[in-house]
Write a protein that binds this ligand. Structure first.
Ligand code: SAM
Length: 201
């Protein structure tokens, strides 16, 4: 699986799988538009998030910025922090935001760089399936700690895949992002991890 370093030059820099895995990041937006019902699921995510005026909302693994930009366009009164380890994806995101005329606080990094209890809501889409199991756990813990008391966590990602969907998942997502990190999602690991993080005892 192609991994990129988050900090060029640092010793043992953290690695991550880029937006389209083995594919070209420049093709990411087109692939999501063609291969997923993007308008539908991003709209459903926004409905679930139910942003309120004055809130701070963080988008972890924002990639090329599509959700952060949609959020800011539809809710200009919300402060949006968008964070991703991938400099190339963030460049694309900044250009898109500038064309859309929206201001977003873009940051390069992982969820653990978010300050504790800073956000009213933390969101993430299509990220955890391509993160190693230990990183899924630590990422969820960091997102949870970034929430103010009573804050909301909204995740959209590939969950348990069965029957035909499992085959399609293998032929598409696992071909691009590899099997090791993605299989736990296909086996349905996320809901249990989220429940553990929300009630650690
Ligand atoms: C498939 S893209 C999803 C982008 C965007 N959220 C969307 O909905 O289109 C996954 C993104 O997660 C980022 N990523 C990979 N590992 C990560 C990690 N451990 N923590 C945060 N982001 C990560 C990648 O750089 C990539 O931009």
């Amino acid at each position: 699986m192609p991994e990129r370093d988050a900090s060029a030059g640092a010793q043992d820099p953290p690695t991550f799988t880029p937006p389209l895995g083995t594919g070209d990041t420049e093709d990411y937006d087109r692939a999501i538009r063609i291969w997923t019902r993007e308008l539908r699921w991003r709209g459903a995510m926004l409905d679930l998030l139910a942003p309120c005026a004055g809130e701070t909302i963080a988008d972890v693994g924002c990639g090329t910025g599509s959700f952060a930009i949609l959020l800011k366009k539809q809710h200009p009164e919300v402060e949006v922090i968008a964070i991703d380890p991938d400099a190339q994806a963030l460049d694309i995101a900044r250009n898109k935001a500038s064309r859309a005329g929206v201001e977003i606080d873009w940051r390069q990094g992982f969820a653990d760089t978010l300050p504790p209890q800073d956000a009213d809501a933390v969101t993430s889409s299509l990220v955890f399936h391509q993160v190693p199991l230990a990183g899924k756990r630590s990422g969820l813990v960091a997102m949870y700690h970034a929430l103010k008391p009573g804050g909301r966590l909204v995740l959209a990602d590939y969950g348990r895949q069965g029957g035909l969907m499992r085959l399609l998942f293998r032929l598409t997502v696992q071909r691009l992002d590899g099997v090791k990190d993605t299989q736990p999602n296909a086996d349905g690991v996320l809901p249990g991890l989220i429940a553990d993080v929300a009630s650690p005892e």
